[in-house]
Design a binder for this molecule. Structure first.
Ligand code: PMP
Length: 368
């Protein structure tokens, strides 16, 4: 605490990102980065754009939004672009949740008790009241919990850190119910490129039907560009204009020229990404089966990570298991939180990374 901090700053509870260690080489399976390099077209586009750095970038991201619109099957006016989806999500909390008038209090926004841990942080930043809704015992979302009155709804699909996805039909029911109350439903599709379960699909196909539905995407995972910072929101124009109002009250140039160029090139190389992401899904399913064979509990993941708890007989909880892997040079993520303290989240790496991980798991589970 500091005497120089405003009341707002004192009350913040900032998000804690996963470790990015500099002191030692780790097999890094802790922040859901894509293990494969970005498309060569991205690097080429960034190199070309570097010569224009003397000039400010386009504050409206016009060209990138046109490219994204073509990729997502919508109009450019239905796309917002930002500095990673974290920024887009922060703007969405400010634009759509919380009190809509100064005189009437706001109903709480809803999100699951176990979900992306940045949501309560944004709520704290913008003074948005919220209520967390417990996941079912099997860690899935019950869509019925989101059909009543609220001040808006947000969750990732697939959810994080569970990796479990809801079918499109359930999302449609939520969008419809929220729409009747003129509330916004934000579907955070950070991991949708790795999903393919029965009935599971991107909510992009519902955007034309529901003016209250906002779909958020990121290039961090599906396009190997976590270091570039590019995220999008796709929705009808009223929602996109709401995001621009927040953006233009904050920083006109959230996306720099290099990010604009790199993100555009990535969106144009769908074939490259389809191939690497298919490989990640194969590796994920192989590693999940191998973990189960070792006695681990794994949740049915449709993301580029697995949420797993070590075999009860091995005498290690989630924290000890995380520490034992770290000692062996493998970083995963552990959340010291109710209901999930026994689990670790394992991002999917290359097949070589995952073989080393499985070997370490075998030894640790056997008490070694
Ligand atoms: N949503 C979810 C569910 C995430 O797990 C993440 C990654 N931490 C993000 C959004 C943010 O991704 P980025 O800011 O890199 O686009």
């Amino acid at each position: 605490m500091s005497v120089y901090w405003s009341e707002r700053t004192r009350l913040l509870e900032p998000y804690i990102p996963g470790e990015q260690p500099k002191d030692r080489e780790f097999i890094k399976l802790n922040t859901n980065e894509n293990p494969y390099p970005p498309s060569p077209m991205v690097v080429e586009a960034i190199q070309k754009a570097a010569s224009g750095l003397r000039l400010y970038p386009d504050p409206f991201c016009t060209e990138l939004r046109e490219t994204a619109a073509a990729a997502y099957g919508v109009k450019p006016e239905e796309v917002f672009a930002g500095n990673g989806s974290d920024e887009v999500l922060a703007f969405a909390f400010a634009a759509f949740f919380g009190a809509k008038t100064k005189t009437t209090g706001a109903a709480p926004a809803l999100f699951p008790d176990i979900t992306y841990s940045f949501y309560p942080v944004y709520a704290g930043l913008w003074d948005v009241p919220y209520r967390t809704v417990p996941l079912k015992d099997d860690f899935s979302i019950d869509y019925h919990d989101y059909l009543g009155a609220s001040g808006g709804i947000i969750f990732p699909n697939p959810n994080a850190p569970t990796g479990i996805a809801l079918p499109l039909e359930d999302l449609k029911n939520i969008a419809q119910a929220a729409g009747r109350d003129k509330q916004v439903f934000v579907v955070d599709e950070a991991y949708i490129a790795f999903a393919g379960g029965e009935g599971v699909a991107s909510a992009l196909s519902l955007v034309q039907e529901f003016p209250n539905l906002l779909v958020v995407r990121t290039l961090s995972k599906e396009a190997s560009l976590a270091g570039l910072r590019a995220g999008f929101a796709i929705g009808q124009q009223e929602l996109i204009q709401g995001l621009f109002r927040v953006h233009d009250s904050f920083n006109s140039y959230t996306m720099d020229r290099l990010a604009l160029a790199g993100a555009g090139a990535a969106l144009k190389d769908a074939a490259y990404y389809k191939d690497i992401n298919r490989r990640i899904v194969c590796t994920r399913d192989r590693v999940s089966a191998a973990l189960r064979a070792l006695g681990f509990r794994t949740l049915p993941s449709q993301a580029n990570f697995i949420f797993a708890s070590p075999p009860p007989g091995c005498g290690k909880g989630g924290r000890e298991f995380y520490a034992a892997l770290r000692d062996r040079g493998i970083l995963v993520r552990h959340f010291e939180r109710p209901r999930i303290a026994d689990f670790v989240r394992i991002s999917i790496g290359t097949d070589g990374d995952m073989d080393a991980f499985l070997e370490a798991c075998g030894r640790i589970a056997a008490g070694g």
